[in-house]
Design a binder for this molecule. Structure first.
Ligand SMILES: NC(=O)c1ccc[n+]([C@@H]2O[C@H](COP(=O)([O-])OP(=O)(O)OC[C@H]3O[C@@H](n4cnc5c(N)ncnc54)[C@H](O)[C@@H]3O)[C@@H](O)[C@H]2O)c1
Length: 468
């Protein structure tokens, strides 16, 4: 795994000049990056105020009031080892890099329904009513703005709180006006947009996505290849606001958005929060590969009863999700390099909409592996998970890390923040690079990026110096 990481990092050096000399040596220049301080308020803008968004915002408020703990959040609970093991330096990540304080977060959002965040959280049914009632006035104060929405892209939903305009460019202008208004009224000095809206139908990159110029022409002509999520992203990046994509939608994974992101120095990342079954898959699969155990099949199925499950009941939205979920095994196991172990994997993923379970998904995995001399074995996983409980800390970390990237001279101009792959099922990468799905490589990459930003020695886990 160590070799693999180094090989991948070398490619990044070739592709992106921003890391050049510092990355090739294991020691970064001291104080390498100029990171602006996190003083002031951070405005968080959320298209899609459903289960994930309400669980995230309610959770932040509950933590601020010391009613609960930020379990699952690396930025709040994680530590980072610095230097040699003998130095015993392992500060909390939030004490190592300047992250926004939770008390400095303010929120706004858009939805096709008019429910404020208290009502949305009650309907989502993720958090206990007793907790929500303690923070009710705060949640009620976050009311959705009118959404950019089109049923052609999310067939299972319809709602009244929707903007109208003569073409898609006019809708983008309306979102930009919302952003500018929030910039004025919130008193915040920095901003992030994170898509927590529904999964849209499967779209492929087309000519309309090829450049900012083509995209803007497409907006004027209301090109059908431009989905609502892209309109929010275009508006955010045009206003210099970084954008994270929590759904598997194409959204910012197109050349036009990368161009806009780099031009306006507004970072981007995505796609699809890595929670539940895929999280488990990217924990287990690297283990099998590390021990050279073979895999002949992986059958995954889920039951899910929330609104997300209902949206995914439409085959075209499910196709977007399925593509995102299927990619992980191939990239982790590299069947082309290990044909005897992973050359003939049967990988199936199903999601079944089953209302009685609400947000409490159940995911089953049947994993057929084989060992010494080809003898078969089976592993069964039954994960009774809570989708939005797993997603909310990811939203928090992405908001805080994306804001950090925006204040870092090294990171804000590069576009895609691949170091945040840790949080995504389908990580975005520079063109020509395969995505890194192995959770442990992703974690190393994230932490080494933080060390790099602060001019600390990157950790290779070589450790020979202890035996000199
Ligand atoms: N919960 C998880 O574990 C998880 C994991 C990975 C990805 N996701 C993705 O995160 C997204 C949110 O999940 P959720 O469980 O909160 O779903 P949800 O259905 O509860 O919330 C999505 C909200 O987005 C709104 N919406 C849809 N289109 C919109 C638009 N164009 N503009 C504004 N609002 C819009 C819907 O009305 C809804 O309120 C989904 O795309 C889901 O696939 C969730």
């Amino acid at each position: 795994m160590g070799n693999c990481l180094i090989a991948i990092d070398r490619r990044i050096v070739v592709k992106a000049n921003f890391m050049t000399n510092r990355q090739t040596s294991s020691k970064s220049a001291p104080g390498a990056d100029q990171i602006q301080s996190a003083k002031g308020t951070l405005g968080v803008m959320i298209p899609g105020m459903g289960a994930v968004a309400s669980t995230f915002v309610a959770g932040v408020e509950a933590i601020r009031r010391r009613l609960a703990q930020p379990i699952g959040s690396l930025t709040q609970m994680g530590t980072i080892r610095l230097g040699k093991r003998t130095e015993r330096r392992s500060p909390k990540i939030k004490d190592f890099v300047p992250l926004a304080d939770l008390n400095d977060l303010v929120f706004m959002g858009w939805d096709i329904f008019t429910d404020d965040l208290y009502t949305a959280a009650c309907k989502a049914g993720v958090l206990d009513r007793a907790l929500l009632d303690q923070i009710k006035p705060f949640l009620q104060s976050v009311k959705p703005r009118k959404a950019v929405f089109d049923r052609n892209y999310v067939r299972k939903l319809d709602g009244p709180n929707v903007k109208t305009g003569k073409n898609k460019m006019e809708l983008a202008e309306l979102v930009r006006a919302d952003i500018r208004e929030f910039k004025k009224s919130s008193g915040a000095s920095r901003f992030i947009m994170i898509w927590c809206g529904s999964t849209e139908i499967f779209l492929r990159p087309t000519a309309a996505h090829a450049s900012v110029k083509a995209f803007e022409k497409g907006l004027e002509q209301s090109d059908e290849n431009i989905a609502p999520s892209m309109i929010y992203a275009y508006a955010a990046l045009s206003e210099g606001v970084p954008f994270a994509n929590g759904a598997p939608n194409l959204t910012v994974d197109i050349p036009a958005m990368l161009e806009l992101s780099r031009r306006n120095e507004a970072a981007i990342c995505g796609k699809d929060f890595k929670t539940g079954q895929t999280l488990v898959k990217t924990i287990l699969a690297p283990g099998f590969k590390a021990r050279m155990l073979g895999l002949s099949g992986w059958y995954s199925t889920n039951i899910l009863g929330n609104r997300d499950g209902e949206v995914l009941d439409d085959p075209d939205s499910f196709k977007t999700k399925q593509n995102s979920k299927l990619g992980v095994l191939e990239h982790i196991l590299q069947p082309q390099m290990y044909p005897d172990l992973y050359g003939k994997i049967c990988h199936k993923v199903h999601i079944n909409y089953y209302p009685p379970r609400g947000d409490n998904k159940e995911g089953w995995d049947n994993i057929d592996i084989f060992g010494w001399l080809g003898y078969p074995m089976q592993i069964k996983v039954d994960f009774l998970c809570r989708d939005s409980i797993l997603a909310a800390p990811i939203v928090l970390d992405l908001v805080l890390f994306l804001d950090l990237a925006q204040r870092s001279a090294d990171l804000r101009g590069i576009g895609i923040q691949e170091w945040l792959s840790f949080y995504f099922k389908s990580p975005m990468t520079a063109s020509g690079l395969y995505p890194e799905h192995d959770l442990f490589i992703q974690s190393m990459k994230l932490k080494n990026t933080l060390r790099h930003l602060k001019g600390e020695t990157l950790i290779t886990h070589l450790g020979l110096e202890y035996y000199d």
